[in-house]
Design a protein. Structure first.
Length: 259
């Protein structure tokens, strides 16, 4: 398959219980859209890689990648984006809480051509109270300080133009700030409500320490990036009509012309 319309990027660590069902749902949801699925196994120890290699042998749209050592969610998404062949990228979490049935609607909105990113907004969170509270606090602080015009930047379901994503500054935890980074580069973002589901199996890899406190530190860095970012200045080549007329040296004239 060459140049699919949409590349699905899934960072996953120890999600062998959730990935098979998630991949089946993606296939059903995107039957009418040419796509590929890139799953980055972030050094799982639960048999995820073996499962992915078996499925890839039977499905040419599935392209699994693997880290020998855990590198984190942002690195997984960033590397998958460089490996992707689609014009658009869609990100989903590997825990199955994002609903692939929302993908066609978000992709249709992205293809209108007036935005760089469409972000999901989990209007009915299916997490425990600690996650809901910490996420609400983080979103309010981000919105106030970064003015990213996005009510739920923590939602893993996003669609973004690949060329725009590859131009963003790369750093750990960048996936939490994609709308702010896109807007700093002059791109427009919109949010649409999406379904949110309870985690299927396994346990979350994020807690208060690596979600809220680390996010506050990262936010300071993003504020600095936004302040220092500059959009490319318009540049115009010299038009042919503006070029000075060429002069001919006397020694290059023939005898008749000199006479």
């Amino acid at each position: 398959m060459h140049s699919p319309q949409l590349s699905i990027l899934i960072p996953a660590k120890d999600e062998v219980g959730n990935l098979p069902g998630l991949l089946d749902e993606i296939s059903r949801a995107l039957q009418e859209i040419e796509h590929e699925v890139i799953v980055v196994d972030d050094a799982s120890s639960d048999g995820s890689w073996e499962m992915l290699t078996r499925r890839a042998a039977a499905d040419s749209r599935l392209r699994p990648l693997r880290h020998a050592r855990s590198a984190g969610q942002s690195t997984s998404v960033w590397q998958a984006a460089w490996a992707a062949r689609g014009t658009w990228l869609a990100t989903l979490d590997g825990d199955g809480q994002n609903d692939p049935a929302d993908l066609p609607r978000l992709f249709e909105r992205a293809c209108r051509g007036d935005v760089v990113m469409v972000a999901g907004h989990r209007t009915n969170r299916r997490d425990d109270w600690l996650k809901r509270v910490s996420s609400k606090v983080a979103n309010r602080v981000r919105s106030a300080l970064l003015n990213d015009a996005t009510p739920d930047t923590g939602c893993g379901l996003k669609i973004v133009r690949r060329d725009a994503f590859l131009n963003l500054p790369y750093f750990d935890h960048m996936h939490r700030f994609l709308p702010a980074l896109v807007r700093a580069q002059g791109g427009e973002c919109v949010s649409l409500p999406v379904n949110h589901r309870p985690r299927g199996t396994g346990a979350s890899h994020y807690g208060l320490n690596n979600r809220l406190w680390v996010g506050l530190v990262d936010m300071v860095g993003v504020m600095w990036l936004r302040r220092r970012s500059r959009l490319p200045a318009a540049i115009e080549p010299l038009a042919m009509t503006e070029r000075p007329a060429a002069t001919v040296a006397p020694e290059h004239l023939d005898g008749e012309a000199r006479a």
